[in-house]
Design a protein around this ligand. Structure first.
Ligand SMILES: *Cc1c(COP(=O)(O)O)cnc(C)c1O
Length: 381
């Protein structure tokens, strides 16, 4: 083991050719490569069964070519007037922002909770009072799930629509409330990986039928819809998941339990080693134990974070300031936004750092990283 070998930030683990072979054979036999083919239909049914086990109602799953397009189409399907305000937390991936803008709405950047690092119904309520927002894009940031029942109650009481961006939270975020659509990503770096792909999951078949139609340009395929079949009834896009990607998603699902166990095991050993070495110099996102962690993110004092980045660079240990710059710092250059005060997001971001994480990490990798973090947080300045 080379003690100086570079440690990458993430290394995706996707099914190999042997695991893919039975599904590719089905593709050859079906001669159906996109447009809601049999592999997509089977994938949606398989996932709906899985989600239904974790809720008290039936679940509908619609595949899309990415979570970003799933978010965009779900926001479009709300059919709010152009320019309507949509609340989004400051600490999230830029796709949460671009989806709102591309759906024709105005982002309202709001704060997060200091413990969970998530936007909450309380924060959204305050932002809605201040701005008159019509919808919230609540994010399951870093894979930590949102409480769909609380958001459902918020939606019923306020009349403000809620959509959940759970792109990185497959396996940890469930869909307990039937009226809240939840969007997942199957990008190579997410917990259920297909290379690219997204899922829109809800307990409402009307929502899912609408998203499905929007994913196929907006062409009406329903003879009962009051529109001629084959005519455009909405302005959609091409956001269909190909049968090839559905094949990879099936093979990924076959390996889900083993991969989730492996990711959890490494995460626990890694975090325990850091906690033993550095104690309360490190802070962690509060919440549940994730089913299949894909990134490793923590907080420390801002000076320690800056020092750690420098040492890691010398030692070829990759790091990433996840979700930074914050959304409003990006948005200032790309589109008009409305900004609420975000002191918590700014405080959390100032010491936030992502460290390497993958199913291929060894104990030597973990030890090397723990020693490096320990050096950075204890070095007197
Ligand atoms: C990864 C991610 C996305 C984008 O998902 P894609 O499938 O790559 O489009 C959106 N939001 C969040 C919070 C993410 O982590």
């Amino acid at each position: 083991m080379n003690p100086h070998a570079a440690i990458p930030l993430l290394t995706p683990l996707l099914p190999d050719q042997e695991a893919l072979a039975p599904y590719l054979a089905q593709l050859d036999a079906n001669r159906h490569y996109s447009n809601f083919g049999p592999l997509n239909t089977a994938l949606e049914a398989r996932l709906a069964t899985l989600f239904t086990k974790h809720g008290s109602h039936s679940i509908h799953v619609t595949t899309t070519s990415s979570a970003t397009l799933g978010l965009e189409l779900t926001l479009s399907s709300l059919d709010l007037p152009p320019g309507s305000k949509v609340i989004v937390p400051a600490l999230t991936f830029v796709a949460s922002l671009t989806a709102i803008i591309r759906a024709g709405y105005t982002p309202v950047i709001a704060d997060i909770d200091p413990q969970s690092w998530l936007i909450t119904p309380e924060i959204a309520t305050e932002a809605a009072i201040q701005t008159g927002a019509r919808a919230v894009l609540a994010v399951a940031a870093f894979g930590q799930p949102q409480d769909t029942r609380q958001w459902s109650s918020f939606q019923r009481k306020s009349g403000i629509h809620v959509v959940i961006d759970a792109a990185g939270a497959f396996g940890s975020q469930w869909v307990e409330a039937p009226d809240i659509p939840v969007i997942y990503s199957m990008h190579a770096t997410k917990s259920l990986a297909a290379g690219e792909g997204g899922l829109v999951v809800s307990g409402n078949s009307v929502i899912n039928a609408h998203i499905r139609q929007l994913s196929n340009f907006g062409i009406n395929l329903d003879s009962n819809a009051g529109f001629p079949v084959g005519h455009l009834s909405f302005v959609g896009s091409n956001a269909k998941l190909s049968e090839y990607h559905a094949a990879v998603a099936h093979a990924s699902l076959d390996q889900w339990d083993a991969q989730a166990r492996c990711r959890q095991g490494i995460y626990h050993a890694y975090r325990q080693a850091l906690e033993e070495a550095c104690g309360d110099r490190l802070q962690w996102q509060a919440g549940i134990t994730l089913a299949a962690p894909t990134i490793f993110c923590l907080r420390m004092a801002a000076e320690a974070r800056d020092r750690l980045e420098k040492i890691c660079q010398q030692r070829q240990i990759a790091t990433r300031r996840w979700y930074q710059p914050l959304l409003h710092q990006h948005a200032a250059k790309v589109a008009p936004i409305i900004k609420q005060p975000t002191p918590v997001a700014e405080a959390v971001a100032s010491g936030l750092i992502g460290l390497p994480f993958s199913p291929f990490m060894t104990h030597e990798d973990i030890n090397r990283i723990v020693n490096t973090v320990n050096l950075a947080v204890t070095t007197p300045h």
